[in-house]
Ligand binder design. Structure first.
Ligand SMILES: Cc1ncc(COP(=O)(O)O)c(C=O)c1O
Length: 362
């Protein structure tokens, strides 16, 4: 046993796997487990990335000014209130570090992005998970969970792993009803997929209130998961506070350059969004025809439920892996008879359904 003691909130992780011989080779032929895009990024983003490769001897612009400028223009925002991070996950950690500590309570959805709970625990605060109605967030459950100790609410909208969303009117009601000292963090990682008229990521609320922060990412629709680039829109004071935490150079030259090129490529974004929507509908109806319950999704993934229970789910998961298809397990949410499946290419989606049909003997 080492004498070096970690912060008491950290439990040790399992040992890391051996480095693979090929650094970029995927483990499964078809990987639908992590809500990634099945497509290569926009050609414009790849070109910018390659150009950035020539100047990697230099540190990046530590303020990500170019990328912030592009985002500000695209979404009509104040660029001073945008902060870029190495994926939006980095910002979720910064928010917890900056705004919560021992004795505080933090509300988040029971079936919300699992990173919230981890960050809340690491800050020594108390996680308060609120329930859903059939995998949909009910804003009243959040309001009912508020106590004198509540400091922050994390809300992924749309949600992962549910794929459902809270309509914008309800988000506005939530903000208006929460006490002013509670920071509302709207994690809109899947905003670009949600085309429903009553959905909004909440960027306008940031201009209206001094206690709303919206986090976004280029990992999903823009297909830049591997590059790590996210961004946050928040009130001046909050952004200025968070900037203290980011260290010198948190977003690489390549991430800034490719990220800016990616968000400027509207044609690519529409292609990915349309593809996702089409195949979400197809997967939903094909899997329902097999007797599987599918939660309606506005994202690039679906949450499915085996009516026959845990053993059936496990057998199906294993069968898929034996056939070189990996999907997402959600046991950490105690969803023991469910799986989360990301939309793949047409070929991948068809292979998934064919393998599931085989499994069910249909
Ligand atoms: C709801 C939600 N928020 C945030 C993230 C973090 O994404 P990234 O760090 O790649 O921006 C994810 C990733 O799966 C997510 O599902």
């Amino acid at each position: 046993m080492s004498n070096i003691k970690a912060n008491k909130y950290i439990t040790s992780s399992p040992a890391q796997p051996q480095p693979p011989a090929d650094l970029v080779k995927p483990k499964f032929k078809i990987d639908l487990s992590l809500n990634e895009s099945p497509f290569a990024p926009s050609e414009k983003a790849i070109k910018a990335y390659n150009e950035a490769g020539k100047v990697l001897n230099r540190y990046p612009d530590y303020t990500s000014a170019g990328l912030r400028g592009v985002l500000a223009e695209k979404y009509n925002l104040d660029d001073k209130r945008i902060m870029c991070t190495a994926g939006s996950e980095q910002m979720l950690a910064f928010l917890a570090r900056a705004y919560i500590s021992e004795g505080d309570e933090v509300i988040y959805p029971k079936y919300g992005f699992m990173v919230y709970r981890f960050n809340i625990m690491m800050a020594g605060a108390t996680p308060v998970a609120v329930d859903h109605d059939d995998f949909k967030i009910n804003v009243d459950y959040i309001l009912d969970a508020v106590t004198d100790k509540t400091r922050l609410v994390f809300l992924d909208n749309p949600g992962n792993p549910t794929g459902t969303y809270v309509p914008y009117d309800e988000i506005k009601r939530l903000r208006a009803s929460l006490p002013g000292h509670i920071l509302l963090v709207l994690d809109a990682a899947y905003a670009e997929f949600a085309v429903e008229g009553n959905y909004d990521s909440g960027l306008k609320l940031v201009d209206e209130y001094d206690n709303v922060v919206v986090t976004r990412t280029l990992s999903k629709l823009y297909g830049l998961s591997g590059l790590r680039v996210g961004w946050t829109y928040g009130p001046d004071e909050i952004i200025n506070t968070l900037l203290h935490l980011k260290g010198g150079f948190n977003v690489s030259i390549a991430a800034q350059a490719a990220g800016a090129a990616a968000v400027l490529d509207d044609k690519y974004a529409v292609m990915v969004r349309d593809h996702s929507r089409k195949w979400i509908d197809w997967l939903t109806s094909e899997l329902r025809a097999l007797g599987i319950k599918v939660t309606p999704s506005v994202c690039n993934f679906i949450l499915i439920h085996f009516t026959d229970g845990r053993e059936k789910m496990k057998a199906c998961y294993t069968y898929l892996q034996e056939n070189d298809i990996n999907v997402g397990q959600v046991g950490m949410y105690k969803l023991d008879a469910s799986l989360r499946i990301t939309v793949g290419t047409e070929e991948e989606n068809k292979a998934l359904v064919a393998t599931m049909k085989d499994f069910f003997g249909k």
